[in-house]
Design a protein around this ligand. Structure first.
Ligand code: NAP
Length: 279
């Protein structure tokens, strides 16, 4: 197939690697000429350009730009495509994107690969990034079955586990397990660096090990992406944060009251609940 990718960064570049290795011809469009040249040299794409016209012959296009540019890029792109071309995006938020693009392009289906690293840009792209990772697709009732089938087949070929849901359900679910953790994790780092004794702060930095590495990882990631999550999934994220604050207050109260028994019961409940998310 002839497949287009707009936005040659971590996700777009990683997609390019895997799609090319399956024999697809991959056309990439990015903002900077230097990124286009790098993507060709690294092997992410067969051809690349800063001009969306390059994508005229493609049958499927993945939009992999930062969230705020997905809708504007689709608006410019569709002038260059044949009407049968299937368009999909990889944005971490779905409702506002699907709402805006569906009326513009019949053959559009929203998507979100639940895969990533703390790095960004074309040099962060990795082969096999999507293997065994969830990949959410959010078709509307009006989405043509052919568009769904085409994207589903490509996503399956990446080795991802496919999940279907409504865009709003996606946004609430990822708020709990992706966007809330970013805010919690960044607040954790902020709390740690608020230590006022420089010797204690230095000691804490020297002693930090796997526990801190795990809990601070997503808070130490791409700031632009964190802002996008908050901006475009604001309502769901605020609800999750308010619930989180409630749980934090409960823990503070139990510790103040030295209510070790209830604290242990809560910790036990959460210990039992965790495998439902991560195993
Ligand atoms: P990224 O590494 O920063 O890549 C985005 C790329 O888009 C940049 O490298 C930039 O390339 C290009 N770009 C910027 N403006 C553009 C424009 N106007 N036209 C064309 N290309 C443009 O970001 P990412 O992590 O791959 O994220 C991309 C999308 O994937 C986002 O929508 C995000 O929500 C989603 N996503 C991210 C993750 C994750 O963990 N990172 C996971 C799942 C989904 P230049 O070098 O040319 O400027």
């Amino acid at each position: 197939m002839k497949i287009g990718i707009v936005g040659l960064g971590l996700i777009g570049g990683s997609l390019g690697f895997d799609l090319r290795s399956q024999g697809h011809k991959v056309f990439g469009v990015s903002r900077r000429e230097s990124t286009c040249n790098k993507a060709i040299a690294l092997g992410n794409v067969d051809e690349a350009s800063v001009n969306l016209r390059l994508l005229a012959p493609t049958e499927v296009v993945f939009i992999c730009t930062p969230i705020s540019l997905i809708v504007p890029q689709v608006k410019q792109l569709i002038d260059h495509l044949s009407p049968a071309t299937v368009v999909t995006d990889v944005g971490s938020v779905k409702a506002p994107i699907v709402e805006a693009i569906s009326p513009l392009w019949d053959h559009f289906i929203g998507g979100h690969p639940m895969a990533g690293t703390a790095d960004s840009g074309i040099e962060a792209a990795q082969r096999h990034l999507f293997v065994d990772r969830p990949y959410v697709l959010t078709p509307m009732t009006t989405t043509p079955t052919r568009a769904i089938a085409v994207v589903e087949e490509i996503v399956r070929s990446l080795g991802s586990k496919i999940y279907y849901c409504q865009p709003e359900q996606h946004d609430r679910a990822v708020s709990w397990i992706s966007h809330l953790p970013v805010m919690v994790s960044t607040a954790l780092i902020a709390a740690c660096i608020s230590e006022t004794d420089p010797e204690v702060l230095q000691l804490a930095q020297n002693l930090a090990s796997s526990g801190f590495r795990d809990t601070s990882r997503v808070g130490g990631g791409n700031p632009e992406l964190g802002v996008m999550m908050a901006r475009y999934n604001r309502q769901a994220l605020l609800s999750s944060l308010q619930q989180y604050r409630h749980n934090l207050d409960e823990l503070i109260h139990l510790i103040e009251q030295e209510d070790w028994q209830i604290l242990e019961e809560k910790l036990q409940l959460n210990q039992q609940a965790r495998p439902n998310f991560v195993e």
